[in-house]
Design a protein around this ligand. Structure first.
Ligand code: KIV
Length: 282
């Protein structure tokens, strides 16, 4: 199977083939999702809440992200690897955006994702000009949670919906190769998707987008909270907790490590060993 590139994303939209993306933050997960056949892996700043215990993505740093981008890219996936630019790594200036995006590319990412619409077109243009592919991200932008006023669906009113269309068109015009649409009313996502030549990747944005993205830990049932737009394909939290509980009780009861889980010495070596240490003790 051929390596997925940003061009493949555009081809998939042209051919009407759904694009499948998922998050991964580490080497084994990148291997699993790649072998399962996803087209794109996002090393999302959701890592902050999902793995690092932060209460929002605003606390995620470049150092946090680079650590995880390197781990994912070591898996050498066939899927396109996209690095999420964390809060304040691109907002201050084009120079910040370029320097930080370059760090991700050197760490193994093949594209970067930036949250925002019309207000970040300068950054997108600068990155694309420098040869760094950019994925946009509109709708709910968790890095702007304080101005949005909470994790709520976007595009409820016609004004808000029309602004989202403007954002999407501006990002396409600036050179983005695709756009994530998060937590947006389905019809708004549909109209954006119809108007763009680049693919839209939805999360909580309904079925009309060109592709879907989801947080791996959410569909695996590894997060304690349940989100309305997430289908949990397995309840791994319980499966994993039960496995650890079994380990705990087997160690306490002397069942593990039982026969087959340890090695015994050769009898003659054991005899000489015992003679030596008992001789020493005596
Ligand atoms: O950080 C992330 O995982 C994301 C997805 C939810 C799109 O931005």
């Amino acid at each position: 199977m051929e390596k997925v590139t940003v061009r493949s994303f555009l081809d998939m939209k042209r051919k009407g083939r759904k694009i499948v993306m998922i998050t991964a933050y580490d080497y084994p997960t990148a291997k699993i999702v790649d072998e399962a056949g996803v087209d794109g892996i996002l090393v999302g700043d959701s890592v902050g809440m999902v793995l690092l215990g932060y209460d929002s993505t605003l606390k995620v740093t470049m150092e946090d992200m680079l650590h995880h981008v390197k781990a994912v890219s070591r898996a050498n996936p066939r899927a396109l690897v996209v690095a999420d630019m964390p809060f304040m790594s691109y907002e201050p200036s084009n120079r910040d955006a370029l320097e930080n995006a370059a760090k991700f590319i050197r760490a193994g990412a093949e594209a970067v994702k930036l949250e925002g619409g019309v207000e970040i077109v300068d950054r997108v243009e600068a990155l694309v000009k420098a040869g760094i592919p950019v994925m946009g991200h509109i709708g709910l932008n968790p890095q702007r949670i304080y101005t949005i006023g909470g994790y709520r669906y976007r595009g409820r009113t016609e004004d808000e919906a029309a602004r989202l269309v403007e954002d999407a068109l501006a990002l396409e015009e600036a050179g983005a190769f695709s756009i994530v649409i998060e937590l947006v009313y389905a019809e708004v996502a549909r109209e954006i998707t119809r108007r763009l030549n680049i693919p839209t990747i939805g999360i909580g944005a309904g079925p009309y987008c060109d592709g879907q993205i989801i947080v791996y830990h959410d569909i695996m049932g590894l997060t304690p909270y349940k989100l309305s737009f997430v289908k949990r394909y397995v309840e791994l939290y319980d499966v994993m907790k039960n496995a650890v509980s079994s380990y705990v009780s087997e160690v306490r009861e002397g069942i593990f490590p039982g026969e087959g889980f340890y090695k015994s010495m050769d009898k003659d070596v054991l005899k000489r060993f015992m003679e030596r240490i008992e001789g020493k003790d005596g």
